[in-house]
Design a protein around this ligand. Structure first.
Ligand code: DLL
Length: 426
């Protein structure tokens, strides 16, 4: 195996994690004032950690802690020793800032190289990087990982669809790196320009940064003739490169547990849940220097699965974020559940938006979805009626379905905006 960590036994992995966790806790306690204050308030000290299970006695770190420490208050090394910062824009309020030491950039490059290798990329491959470069971690994270693996990285970023197609085709890219929604937009550009992606050298795609379903995977794979891998990460923990799927298994991202220790907790109470139970994903960084995070609450909902290709555990596809859950007429609904129903119909595409409004006291749910080219009006009408019926069967809600023509729904170059909520705030 190319990466020795893939061969770690479970015992060796747990031993390594415990040793690293002790050091990570000691580092955060000594150098990250806000976390130390939380430990003192809870009455725990790093010396209280003797086993991995003892971690649950330690306080969580939350997004609000990062915001309160804006911009650099969570750094555990002098700012002068940070070689890079990234930030997430966030929909409201201050951005969340994260910092990296030179050692962190090295670790990040390694876990990204490992992710790309697991997904089937090899030294010498050309990687077309359509993730955004900038404060977002997607572009630079994949960039450094690709270089570390020995690939040729094309730092395309977002931008004109036509140029995406041109460079993928003419440079002979083997791997496409993009959000799944942007990959779909690029696939549309191929269609528009009359170029068949199956005729290019593309063989892999690394997709992440937003929730996507198995239906979306099937759609992208079939349209582009590639293996579509799920790649997961978040800025607060390091960026992309926290977990990635193995191409031979495609059974959920393997978490690089030797660097990022996962737990699942009840999203309401914070109580730890056993592997296999659905809940909120929590991460502790084991090796980060500039900005360690101890028990960081991601808000992402999933469950932990046993290792398959390696001893390291996997995560199931993310259902959504707890803060993205819609409550419509009292029913809990995730956009991914709607996506799943849409993509069961070959007439419909993965370009959709969910619109919520309110008439009187009642919420109105509308799903607008693009049809594939080449279907007659009656087929579209039938697809609309059937989607309405499937949604009702799935969650009990009646939705107005609007089927629109190709290109009618706005494309995003990064994370897609799936929900427009026009309901008055109460
Ligand atoms: O999105 C890092 C990334 C870039 C991951 C490129 C993969 C590829 P943030 O902008 O901080 O970082 O957003 C992190 O995006 O908490 C999830 O809610 C969501 N997310 C990331 N990857 C996936 C995925 C990057 N594979 C937030 N499936 C996370 C579902 C994902 N959601």
């Amino acid at each position: 195996m190319a990466f020795p960590e893939f061969g770690l036994s479970l015992d060796a992995l747990r031993g390594l994690q415990l040793e690293r966790l002790k050091a990570a806790l000691a580092h955060a306690y000594a150098n990250q004032a806000p976390y130390r204050a939380k430990c003192e308030a809870t009455g725990v000290h790093p010396d209280d950690l003797r086993t991995l299970d003892d971690l649950r006695r330690f306080p969580f770190t939350e997004k609000a802690d990062l915001r309160a420490a804006y911009p650099f208050g969570m750094f555990a090394i002098p700012r002068e020793k940070c070689v890079r910062v990234h930030a997430s824009s966030g929909t409201t309020g201050r951005p969340t800032v994260v910092g990296y030491s030179a050692g962190d950039i090295d670790t990040w490059s390694n876990v990204m190289a490992r992710s790309l290798y697991a997904g089937g990329a090899r030294p010498g491959d050309i990687l077309h990087n359509a993730y955004g470069y900038g404060l977002f971690t997607g572009g630079l994270g994949f960039h450094y990982g690709g270089e570390r693996l020995g690939c040729t990285v094309v730092p395309m970023s977002g931008g004109s669809g036509e140029r995406q197609v041109q460079l993928i085709t003419e440079f002979g890219a083997h791997g496409l790196l993009a959000t799944p929604s942007y990959a779909m937009a690029i696939a549309d550009e191929f269609d528009r320009l009359g170029v068949d992606p199956h005729s290019t050298s593309l063989r892999l795609g690394f997709f992440g940064a937003e929730p996507w379903t198995e239906g979306m995977r099937a759609e992208i794979e079939q349209r582009m003739g590639i293996d579509a891998l799920d790649s997961y990460g978040l800025s607060e923990v390091i960026g992309p490169g926290v977990a990635c799927e193995f191409v031979e298994a495609k059974d959920g991202p393997t978490i690089w547990e030797d660097h990022f220790y996962p737990e699942i907790v009840d999203p309401e109470t914070g109580a730890p849940l056993p592997d296999g139970e659905p809940g909120e994903l929590v991460f502790t960084s084991l090796t980060k220097e500039a900005m360690p995070v101890i028990r960081y609450r991601t808000r992402d909902l999933t469950c932990l699965l046993p290792g398959s290709v390696t001893a390291m555990r996997r995560m199931a596809k993310i259902t959504g974020r707890s803060d993205d859950m819609l409550i419509v007429r009292g029913v809990n609904l995730f956009p991914s559940q709607v996506e799943e129903q849409i993509l069961r119909d070959p007439v419909l595409t993965g370009h959709y938006v969910i619109e919520l409004s309110r008439t009187g006291a009642l919420d109105d749910l509308m799903v607008r979805v693009e049809a594939r080219v080449g279907f007659e009006d009656d087929a579209l009408g039938r697809a609309g009626v059937e989607l309405g019926r499937r949604l009702k069967g799935m969650c009990g809600l009646s939705a107005v379905i609007e089927i629109v023509g190709p290109g009618a729904i706005e494309r995003s170059m990064g994370k897609a905006r799936r929900v427009i909520d026009r309901r008055p705030r109460d």
